[in-house]
Design a binder for this molecule. Structure first.
Ligand SMILES: Nc1ncnc2c1ncn2[C@@H]1O[C@H](COP(=O)(O)OP(=O)(O)OP(=O)(O)O)[C@@H](O)[C@H]1O
Ligand SMILES: [Mg+2]
Length: 266
């Protein structure tokens, strides 16, 4: 889909692949007080896919993810309008806890772990929902199978661990609630490329186990490589979306930087 088609609101890909969307975001706008960070965003998330969201610094990527997990509807100033529908259930007014309970969870930018708690204690904080508490031991051992490094270090306080290890803790903690959808904000931030490869290997494994993944990734090439569908945000609006295998690299760059190619007004 070209930039201009998107601007005209032509959603050729709605219900893409003939599947019913898992999440439908419609007309979503987000505000920090007077500052408007998102402008009438529309997109769908298909079950089982990896959706990548790319865009320059300040484009609104984190705000979009925060909006989807109830973190933009808490205070008096930060608020959203529009709808977020998960198979008939409306999420936009729910608390984060209810959204996690509905099956959507986030690995936030900067990980947000409890630095003085151990690996295992951090994992347990991810299982605070009533439906998860009963099987938290089982879930922890599942996480240790998936992340053997965390098993070895289960008693270590997380602020004594490497950035990559901490990112693994953050991912494992998110998985403790048995989510259907995981939103990953800037997984690779500040990590060495080899470690980023390991982390994306885990994302792939999580996706293959049936979990729908939404990733924000600064590395555009990686984002296009790991995803089945990509959204490009520019100044709070979706300016391009499509299958990364079909999108033209130049078009993606133009959307990302807000420059004009081929006569389409961006
Ligand atoms: N807590 C906040 N209070 C006020 N404005 C904010 C807040 N958080 C973000 N913004 C503003 O909202 C806009 C979108 O920010 P956001 O953090 O969503 O961008 P981003 O695409 O995630 O950027 P980055 O790549 O730097 O993480 C920016 O103009 C930013 O300054
Ligand atoms: Mg961000």
């Amino acid at each position: 889909m070209s930039i201009s088609e998107h601007k005209r609101g032509f959603f050729a890909e709605q219900g893409r692949g003939g599947k019913r969307p898992l999440l439908t975001v419609s007309d979503l706008s987000a505000y920090y007080g007077e500052l408007r960070a998102l402008f009438d965003i529309d997109f769908e998330v298909m079950p089982g896919e990896v959706l990548a969201i790319i865009g320059a610094n300040g484009a609104g990527k984190s705000t979009l993810l925060k909006s989807m997990v109830g973190m933009m509807n808490r205070g008096k100033t930060a608020h959203i309008t529009g709808t977020i529908d998960m198979r008939g259930r409306r999420l936009e007014r729910l608390t984060t806890e209810k959204i996690v309970n509905a099956g959507v969870t986030m690995v936030p930018e900067g990980r947000r772990l409890f630095p003085r708690l151990t690996v295992e204690e951090n994992l347990i904080t991810g299982a605070h929902l009533a439906r998860c508490r009963n099987n938290s031991e089982e879930k922890i051992s599942e996480m240790y199978d998936m992340f053997p490094r965390l098993a070895e270090r289960h008693n270590q306080v997380v602020n004594q661990m490497s950035g990559g290890e901490q990112q693994m803790v953050a991912i494992a903690r998110a998985l403790m609630s048995d989510p259907q959808v995981v939103l990953f904000d800037e997984l690779s931030l500040g990590l060495a490329p080899a470690i980023v490869d390991d982390i994306y290997e885990k994302v792939n494994q999580i996706n293959e186990s049936g979990v729908t993944c939404i990733v924000i990734e600064q590395d555009m090439k990686r984002a296009l490589r790991v995803s089945n569908h990509v959204l490009v945000l520019l100044e709070g609006a979706v300016v391009l979306e499509g299958d990364p295998k079909e999108l033209d690299g130049e078009q993606v760059m133009a959307a990302y930087f807000g420059s004009d190619i081929g006569g389409a007004s961006a």
